[in-house]
Ligand binder design. Structure first.
Ligand SMILES: O=C(O)CCC(=O)C(=O)O
Ligand SMILES: [Fe+2]
Length: 242
């Protein structure tokens, strides 16, 4: 608790430990506590809210972000190639100083799971999100064709989620899925999300010029994704909730 207090976010800030910013009395709050940290660009880091314990926390976060950046580059290239475009075209839109944000989510057990969500339905505003789920406790659900699907747990696998920025860049071919997190009556759940977002000052951002997305592009996409062995982890069968 001591350490959490040291990292508490300021009322009007996003970085740090806390929960939803309260904008109105009628607002439904998410059932979670979180630690938000701007990792990149470096000049946006607010070191005073970066935990000092465990002592290797800061270095590990920097290392993980760097590794995920490499993964993100590979994914962006594969996506561009699958659309029949030059492989750097998504990366170029990403700019010189892209933003990397880490969010550590802690969802405590909730005595009334039918009344409140751990995270309300939302699409990520990022370009791409990489999520390490809790090893044991499920909760994440994704919306497809008006039905909610559980995103099943695959231990140590990272869920790769397309964010709004990539949906815009690719003219809606890659969709930013609406997702939410259910509460759990008995068990605590912990996840880590790293969001990559384009540099807001980079020029030439916006929808790419795509001629058409046809059966051939679809095949190319499938083979690119297969080669990458990206694990989306969405159960298509027997997991429908409504
Ligand atoms: O904790 C999860 O499973 C998802 C978290 C999430 O959607 C987010 O942080 O944007
Ligand atoms: Fe999300």
């Amino acid at each position: 608790m001591e350490e959490k207090k040291k990292c508490a976010r300021d009322v009007d800030d996003i970085d740090g430990y806390g929960n939803d910013t309260v904008y109105s009395e009628n607002q439904t709050l998410d059932w979670n506590d979180r630690l938000y940290l701007n990792v990149k660009p470096e000049n946006k880091r607010k070191m005073k809210v970066w935990p000092e314990k465990p002592t290797n926390f800061r270095q590990i976060l920097l290392d993980i972000t760097a590794k995920l950046e490499n993964v993100n580059e590979i994914v962006f290239k594969a996506m561009a190639k699958s659309l029949g475009l030059e492989e750097d075209c998504l990366l170029k839109q990403y700019g010189e100083n892209p933003i990397a944000l880490a969010r550590f989510n802690l969802y405590p057990p909730c005595p009334t799971p039918d009344l409140v969500l751990a995270a309300k339905a939302h699409g990520d505003a990022s370009a791409m999100t990489y999520l390490l789920q809790d090893k044991e406790v499920e909760g994440l659900q994704a919306l497809k064709d008006d039905k909610w699907y559980k995103v099943r747990i695959v231990p140590n696998a990272i869920v790769v989620n397309v964010g709004d920025q990539v949906e815009i860049m690719t003219n809606g071919i890659f969709k930013s899925p609406i997702h939410r997190v259910a509460t759990n009556r008995e068990r605590e759940r912990m996840t880590i999300a790293v969001f990559f977002t384009p540099d807001a000052t980079s020029e030439g951002r916006g929808p790419l010029m795509l001629s058409k997305f046809d059966a051939e592009s679809n095949l190319r996409l499938k083979s690119e994704l297969l080669q990458l062995n990206i694990l989306l982890g969405i159960e298509q069968r027997d997991a429908t909730l409504s």
